[in-house]
Write a protein that binds this ligand. Structure first.
Ligand SMILES: [Mg+2]
Length: 187
C-alpha cells in the first residue's frame, strides 16, 4: 500500500475496534423474545421478526437508553490491541471516527483506555459523510462510509463483517481481520 507513515488513518469503532453484535443479540432476546446469532444479522436494516423495527433503530435506542451496558460491554476484536500498537509505533496517526452519538464518547474513550488501545485523536463530531474528514484512509465495516471516503479521494478499507457489502465499494481494499489489516499496512 502506498500509504506510508505518517499517514492519518481514520478508524471506525463498531465492527472495526469492537464487536457490538453479541450484546445486541442478547438485548433482542431479552426485550423482543427473538433468538438470533450475530452472524445472522446480514444487513444493517435487518428487521426484527414480529416487530416493526430494524436493528439499526434498536442500536440507536440502546445508545440512548442503555449506553453503558451496550457500549462498555462490547468485546474488542481479536488482534486489535496488537494491531493498533503496531500502527502507532510505525508512525501512523490514528484518529477514531465513529457515528456513535457524542453523548457516549466518554464511555467510548474509557473503553479504549481500559483495553489499552492507543490513538492520537478521538473525533468529537463526525459528519454523516466520513469522506469529509481530514485524513488519508478510512477503515470501516460499513460499505457506505467506505464509498464516501473513496469518492473524496481517500483510500478506503472495508473491514468485512456479516452485514458488509463489498460490491457497494468496488475500489476498496477488503480485510477480514486485524491480521489482514496489519499485512495491508506492512506493520
Ligand atoms: Mg462500524
Amino acid at each position: 500500500m502506498e500509504l506510508d507513515p505518517p499517514a492519518t488513518l481514520l478508524l471506525d469503532f463498531d465492527g472495526v475496534l469492537c464487536w457490538q453484535l453479541p450484546r445486541l443479540c442478547e438485548h433482542l432476546h431479552r426485550a423482543y423474545g427473538v433468538s438470533v446469532a450475530p452472524a445472522d444479522i446480514t444487513d444493517w436494516s435487518w428487521s426484527v421478526p414480529g416487530h416493526d423495527v430494524h436493528v439499526g433503530e434498536v442500536i440507536g435506542d440502546l445508545m440512548v437508553e442503555r449506553p453503558e451496558w451496550f457500549l462498555d460491554g462490547a468485546e474488542p476484536l481479536p488482534g486489535v490491541r496488537g494491531g493498533m500498537h503496531a500502527l502507532s509505533e510505525a508512525g501512523y496517526d490514528l484518529h477514531v471516527a465513529t457515528h456513535r452519538i457524542p453523548e457516549t464518547h466518554d464511555i467510548s474513550r474509557a473503553w479504549l483506555d481500559r483495553h489499552d488501545l492507543p490513538y492520537d485523536r478521538f473525533i468529537e463530531d463526525v459528519p454523516r459523510d466520513k469522506g469529509a474528514l481530514p485524513g488519508d484512509a478510512l477503515v470501516d465495516d460499513y460499505h457506505g462510509n467506505v464509498a464516501d471516503a473513496l469518492d473524496a479521494g481517500k483510500e478506503g478499507v472495508l473491514f468485512r463483517q456479516p452485514y458488509s457489502e463489498p460490491t457497494a465499494c468496488p475500489d476498496a481494499r477488503v480485510v477480514d481481520s486485524w491480521r489482514d489489516l496489519r499485512r495491508l499496512f506492512g506493520v
